[in-house]
Design a protein around this ligand. Structure first.
Ligand SMILES: Cc1cc2nc3c(=O)[nH]c(=O)nc-3n(C[C@H](O)[C@H](O)[C@H](O)COP(=O)(O)OP(=O)(O)OC[C@H]3O[C@@H](n4cnc5c(N)ncnc54)[C@H](O)[C@@H]3O)c2cc1C
Length: 491
């Protein structure tokens, strides 16, 4: 079979690209190193509970939300059943040192009102800050269908950091916590996170917040149904080891098995620091390859999956961020485990009935696990016992900070090694390459004809970031005006 386009990686970005290219009439093949498509988001079941692994909730899907036209255009809208998060507080913050709780209601005006009441002396500065978020959050290719695409990304290179912008609230450390806790959703510490990136990610949640009934698994299944209808071939358990380059352009890919697939386009959605290793020396300029290799990764994490005998009603339609002390959110894992900030979500919330599963995400450093890495699959002796020790400490911390979690039982712990194996992100970076202030993230087009990049590194993580990445890359191939025209008709 001869393919027009080969996509490396069956994550959300790769599957979005595959659908758009197949609908444009191309024969498309997706190659995935893992045993199943979309390993990061497909979740898993333990003890009769479905746990999401890489998708819990999404912003910008409500009425008039910028993701709606994309879902409609892809054909996902009719296949997914969304459910809204709690309007009076979709995300809450608990400051452990004081025991105080704060929340974020859904909607910019509601947030403005709530924060103004909680922090009356900061009211005018809060209004200015939120105005800035409102003016920036949709300023993203394919969310604003008229945005100038030429300069995309520059504001995240040269802008101001989230921490710098929040200095104005230094008399209200709880407010700083609330406005910076979403850095956990893009994995770049507030001192390095461009304000624009925070506006794009947090702003989408300020606008509207939804989950998907059936979670990430349903999202993946819906995409796979659409891809099957569009005639896309997907092969799993196949790692691409080389991008083949002909006279002057890409000519296909070689797999680790030695099999080759010719194609005139290759779209790489893998962690872009891995791409130089797949290219022949003559493929691209050394300076560009060096830039790709040196892109900074996002933080890593431990992810706890536990069951609870009590229903976790306090997490229904609400996530909980816990910080030991108030102040700008500390995403670095530079304190002992028990002193770190963390995030809690209830599992499988889209259905009626008790919430029996807990998902907890705690920032971690790769160095904490690097001594357990081996070149071969599998883990060395002693790793399981070490993991049990970490799990016990994490469960104790959750129980101490949240008395509602007194009846937890551990089912699984994902470590930075697990994250590395699922996505091949170096050092188990939770969202792959991040957008760090001062860093030029790659654009979809490369100087090698036929080679394109897509994925969260090109835009931002999350459903929003990866769908936009798919459109941005396919717009580069098919013509932005063509794709944007189709999306305008879906508004
Ligand atoms: C714990 C966690 C929680 C999250 N929560 C949310 C959330 O609540 N809401 C939200 O919107 N987003 C969330 N995200 C983010 C979201 O899951 C990611 O941004 C998204 O899945 C990234 O998609 P991608 O296609 O860009 O990258 P990936 O999913 O990493 O896709 C790249 C694919 O390439 C494959 N690959 C790599 N190398 C090769 C090779 N050589 N050959 C073949 N295949 C290869 C990898 O196996 C991988 O499947 C979360 C992520 C994590 C990890």
């Amino acid at each position: 079979m001869h393919y027009d386009s080969i996509i490396i990686g069956a994550g959300l970005s790769g599957l979005t690209c595959a659908l758009l290219l197949a609908r444009s009439g191309r024969r498309v093949l997706v190659l995935e190193q893992h045993s199943r498509p979309a390993p990061v988001v497909r979740g898993f079941r333990r003890d009769g509970i479905y746990f999401d692994s890489g998708f819990h909730y999404a912003g910008g899907l409500g009425d008039g939300g910028p993701l709606q036209p994309l879902l409609r255009h892809l054909g996902l809208e009719d296949k997914l059943q969304l459910f809204p998060y709690a309007a009076d507080g979709f995300d809450r913050l608990r400051v452990a040192s004081s025991g105080e709780e704060y929340l974020l209601p859904v909607g910019f005006n509601n947030i403005r009102r709530y924060l103004g009441e909680k922090f009356p002396l900061a009211r005018s500065e809060i209004a200015l800050y939120l105005d800035e978020i409102v003016s920036q959050w949709r300023n993203f290719p394919y969310l604003d269908l008229n945005a100038d695409l030429a300069d995309f990304g520059m504001e995240t290179v040269h802008g101001c950091s989230l921490r710098e912008r929040l200095e104005v609230f230094s008399a209200w450390p709880e407010l700083q916590s609330l406005l910076s806790m979403h850095s956990l959703l893009y994995g770049v510490p507030p001192e390095w996170a461009p304000l624009t990136l925070n506006a794009q990610v947090a702003g989408s949640y300020y606008h509207s917040v939804h989950g998907i009934v059936g979670g990430g698994r349903r999202l993946v299944d819906a995409l796979l149904e659409l891809l099957a209808e569009a005639g896309v071939d997907i092969r799993c358990n196949v790692a691409v080891s080389q991008v083949l380059v002909g006279e002057e352009a890409v000519s296909g890919v070689r797999l680790q098995s030695g099999d080759e697939f010719p194609a005139r386009e290759v779209i790489a959605t893998l962690n872009p620091t891995q791409l130089p290793g797949l290219l022949p020396a003559s493929g691209l300029r050394p300076a560009y390859l060096k830039r790709l290799k040196n892109l900074r990764q996002t933080s890593s994490a431990y992810i706890v999956f536990a069951s609870s005998r009590q229903s976790l009603e306090f997490l229904r339609g609400r996530n909980l961020f816990v910080q030991p002390r108030a102040g700008v959110f500390n995403l670095r894992a530079d304190q002992p485990l028990e002193e770190r900030s963390f995030y809690l979500a209830g599992a499988d919330q889209g259905r009626d009935g008790a919430i029996r599963g807990l998902i907890g995400i705690v920032p971690a450093h790769y160095e904490e696990v690097s001594s357990w890495q081996t070149p071969e699959p599998g883990r060395p002796e002693g790793y399981a016992a070490w993991k049990t020790g970490i799990s016990d400490r994490l469960l104790q911390m959750f129980k101490k900070r949240c008395p509602q979690l007194s009846e937890l039982e551990l089912l699984e712990l994902a470590t930075p090694l697990t994250l590395r194996d699922y996505s091949r992100a170096p050092e188990g970076a939770i969202y792959g390459v991040g957008r760090w202030l001062g860093q030029y993230n790659p654009q979809p087009a490369t100087r090698l004809p036929g080679l394109f990049l897509s994925g969260q590194a090109v835009t931002a993580p999350g459903l929003l970031g990866t769908m936009v990445a798919g459109y941005l890359t396919c717009g580069t191939i098919l013509g932005h005006e063509h794709l944007r025209g189709e999306l305008r008709a879906c508004r």
